[in-house]
Design a protein around this ligand. Structure first.
Ligand SMILES: [Zn+2]
Length: 261
């Protein structure tokens, strides 16, 4: 499932290949990928436009087409492919944007849990959904993070998974953040000391950046990451303790029973 670092990788890919090219044609191969818009309308509104820029917020990708914005969500199996040769078209291309220069951008999604739609603006979309800040947004400061945690109760893991607090932190990245900051996933947020809050803020951003730097290939993350030891009874590479499993916020959670307090 594409997590934030993968969506950032898609955003960079989109920006590198598919900007400033006039859209000659839009082929919606499977209308089920569209949310609340008919394929004829979708195609008509984008034809003749060019994508000017790309923006990501959490796991949402937005491309500015001038009068409208394209919003993509990658669901479980979403992906992008830019190609010239018809033979390179992905098997599960649901939408193909054909540019004047002969190149094409396909939005593929085998399982169809993703979506594409046209929206007025990303800011309005973020507002309507009540999404919290993107953890990597340069304007997201520790002071803002602290303000979001203020007066909140409940387990720190649940809070970090809540999209209204921070948008796009997935299960793996939350577990990794808490592992690296030695905080138990069930610790109550109002019991965290200020230096622990700061560590969570710094660590979650570093982990996302580490993953993005590897084009979201998390298998390439450093060996001391919990990512490589998500197994009951595994030995903690940090302290030699034992990795344990619990369900927090309805999600399978791995943590070290010894050093995470
Ligand atoms: Zn440990």
């Amino acid at each position: 499932m594409p997590e934030l670092p993968e969506v950032e990788t898609f955003a960079r890919y989109f920006a590198k290949h598919a900007l400033q090219q006039r859209i000659a044609r839009v082929d919606v191969r499977d209308e089920r990928i569209l949310a609340d818009i008919r394929k004829e309308t979708f195609a008509k509104k984008l034809k003749g436009c060019a994508f000017a820029s790309v923006r990501r917020h959490g796991k949402h990708l937005f491309a500015d087409a001038g009068a409208t914005w394209l919003h993509l969500h990658f669901g479980m199996t979403g992906d992008l492919a830019y190609y010239r040769d018809a033979k390179s078209e992905p098997r599960f291309a649901r939408i193909v944007f054909a540019f004047d220069n002969g190149a094409k951008l396909a939005f593929e999604d085998m399982r169809l849990f993703g979506l594409a739609e046209l929206i007025a603006s990303p800011d309005a979309f973020i507002d309507e959904r009540g999404l919290g800040p993107d953890p990597l947004d340069p304007s997201f400061t520790f002071a803002k993070f602290e303000a979001l945690l203020e007066k909140r109760r409940g387990a720190i893991k649940s809070l970090l998974m809540t999209q209204e607090i921070v948008a796009g932190m997935g299960n793996l990245y939350v577990d990794e953040t808490l592992y690296q900051t030695s905080i138990h996933p069930r610790r109550a947020v109002d019991r965290l000391k200020q230096d622990e809050r700061r560590a969570v803020f710094t660590s979650m951003r570093k982990i996302l950046r580490d993953s993005i730097a590897r084009q979201a290939r998390d298998a390439d993350l450093p060996p001391r990451y919990l990512y490589h030891h998500r197994e009951v009874g595994a030995r903690c590479p940090k302290c030699g303790g034992t990795i344990n499993r619990a369900v927090v916020f309805g999600r399978t959670t791995y943590f070290c029973a010894k050093h995470q307090r």
